[in-house]
Ligand binder design. Sequence first.
Ligand code: ASP
Length: 419
Amino acid sequence: MKIFKFGGASVKNAESFSSVTNILNNQTAKHDTLVIVISAMGKTTNLLEKLTDAYFEHNIEEVKNLYKQTRDFHYLQSIKLFGVASLKHIEIMDILYKLNERLQQNVSDNYDYEYDQIVSYGELLSSRFLSSFLEINGFSNTLLDSRKIIITDSSYRSASIKWDITKTNIDSKIKAHPGNIYVTQGFIGGTEDKTTTTLGREGSDFSASIFAFCTDAKEVTVWKDVPGILNADPLFFPDAVKIDFLSYHDAIELAYYGAKVIHPKTVKPLQNKGIPLYVKSFIQPSGTGTKISEVSSHTKVPSFIIKKQLILLTISPKDFSFVTEKSLSFIFALIADNSLKINMMQNSALSFSLCLDTNSRIKNIIQALSIDFSVKYNENTELITIWHYNDNTISTLLKNKTVLLEERTRHTVQFLVKG
Ligand code: ASP
């Protein structure tokens, strides 16, 4: 049993689907059971997020416009792959029709719920595309609806997995029928009462890991448009190098600091069962990629992670008192209730600073805090993390930057700077 995950870049348009068949021809044996987990095509998830916003804000014109963009894109790719008169094309159009129908429903006041119902269409479409494409290319396969397999609670946009029932579903749908190819959606799941949920942005990696854990797979491969995991984003660091081997521990650290390596929750299920994870290039599938496994020697290559568009809040009690544990627990509860992530924090006698992802909920947080605290904020800040740093790397990176906060441990240094 192998699990392959293909990201949006590998299926960004009709032409790119052949990279999947190319890999199946060269990387799998005929009798392998294979589960293929797929993300939404190209930038579809971003488009559907905008569509959700417009729908939630009752902006009918924008809903029409964004739906049309989604429809036109998928329509065109479907015509190219299947032809206008084919049943496969009709099946794609049917999914788009259902999305349009969904957009005519009344909007509830739960944004996260609406988000999951709409954004999940990206994967429903891409998985149908892939399943049909494989079929016409001689790879007979079964398309599985992950909403009926990966069962979650109803924490929309970051649903938690109900492992027992998910495992039972995977056993009966996949393990009981070895030797087949299964195609399914990454990123999405469903509650026991059949409401669609999502697992968080980039969650398809995590889906792949859930399937691997529940099937005791031999390995997972995430196919990307880079040769493996690099020590920095090549967009900002042209000299970025590939890391050949990474321990589970280090992969979790890199993901935690914001490296676009893999979804942070991906590693734990694999580590628990000792299943290796390969990150490879779909452009050069025969490359060695990066292997994440239980290696004991830790990589010492300095790695650079830059997270942009963060907000720094500095909170101080209005009455010039100390920041007490009681105030901290109020602040943390507020952050947790709004599902925000703290990237960095620092406490002093009279103030508490914390750096958060920019998000539509920040306004509510500032409002709620402003009742008892004075709140200052710096928008558009950047968090630079250097993992296995040395003095040289630090001075190069901080050239012409104003540092707002700094934190050092033995292996890692972080600077929050003005963007
Ligand atoms: N399509 C989702 C996203 O873009 C999930 C994923 O690709 O992993 O975040």
